[in-house]
Design a protein around this ligand. Structure first.
Ligand code: ZN
Length: 296
């Protein structure tokens, strides 16, 4: 993949302190860094007098206090791009503290990977615009990382709050059994091209400029992985998932290896969707004469 560093807009990541990114936007990063959250979850504050909070983050007292201090508690809405545990749990305490409205998409699955305290007052709709003071936020559905994933466009600054649809410095996790879909993810990347975005504000990592290039690179990178998978299978003739993973993800080791199986599952789902692979029996899929056995 081409080097995304060239598109990185660097402001220091500071934990539980506001960092001003633009006239209308501040960022407060939660102190929850990990292999899955990168430097930590970015909470964005949008507004100057009254505020919308986007992805409030984990319900850690230091993080919630920092959001309340930076906004003076003058919060009208708390949005979440999706209800993962590192994104939405602080919504409830913020709503309780300020009377703000919780907005996003209601959790529909009973999956343990979701935050069930995230119960929006109203479900946001594709294309809907929510205005607070001089700031508008336009809702853009971006399924893929999760079926229920939204992004929010701030037209005044041509800035897109991208949640986990686009991460800086890490690869987006797509887990079919937890509601992720590679087909939707790729479509959602291309959907954002050419709509006049100047910067991407991911929930993890730094701002990114040149969005159309970033979107195309992320899209092409996934298709290149897919070609690696198909090529490796055709070379081996018959392979298990455990044999395939190190060939496709040679740099991944330790705790993260299981994540490569999930990534392979997402690609397999797409290959079936595209008619390249078909289920043979039980844990066996066919790509022409090639057999892919799902043994981790
Ligand atoms: Zn997520």
């Amino acid at each position: 993949m081409a080097d995304l560093h060239t598109t990185l807009v660097h402001f220091d990541i500071l934990y539980d302190q506001p960092v001003r990114l633009s006239p209308l936007v501040q960022r407060i990063t939660a102190n929850n860094p990990s292999p899955f959250t990168g430097a930590g979850t970015n909470t964005y504050l949008v507004g100057t007098d009254r505020f919308t909070v986007i992805d409030p983050g984990p319900a850690e007292p230091e993080h919630i206090d920092a959001i309340l201090a930076a906004t003076g508690g003058k919060i009208d809405y708390v949005f979440a791009t999706h209800a993962h545990e590192d994104h939405s749990p602080a919504a409830l305490p913020l709503v309780q503290a300020t009377g703000a409205q919780m907005m996003g998409l209601q959790v529909v699955s009973d999956s343990e990977s979701l935050d069930h305290t995230f119960t929006p007052a109203r479900s946001l709709q594709e294309g809907e615009v929510v205005s607070v003071g001089e700031c508008d936020l336009r809702v853009i559905a971006t399924p893929g990382h999760l079926h229920q994933h939204l992004s929010f466009l701030l037209p005044q600054e041509q800035l897109l709050f991208a949640g986990d649809h686009i991460m800086q410095g890490a690869s987006v996790v797509i887990i079919p059994e937890h509601g992720g879909c590679m087909v939707d993810y790729l479509d959602s990347l291309m959907k954002l091209k050419g709509i006049g975005i100047q910067h991407l504000a991911p929930a993890h990592g730094h701002l990114l400029s040149d969005p159309d290039r970033v979107l195309q690179e992320l899209h092409d990178h996934r298709l290149a992985r897919e070609r690696m998978i198909v090529d490796a299978l055709r070379t081996l003739k018959k392979a298990t998932t455990a044999q395939l993973a190190p060939l496709v993800y040679p740099d991944v080791a330790g705790d993260l290896v299981h994540g490569t199986y999930m990534a392979l599952a997402a690609h397999l789902h797409k290959l079936v969707h595209d008619g390249v692979a078909s289920r043979h029996w039980e844990k066996h899929w066919l790509l022409g004469e090639v057999v892919w056995e799902w043994v981790e």
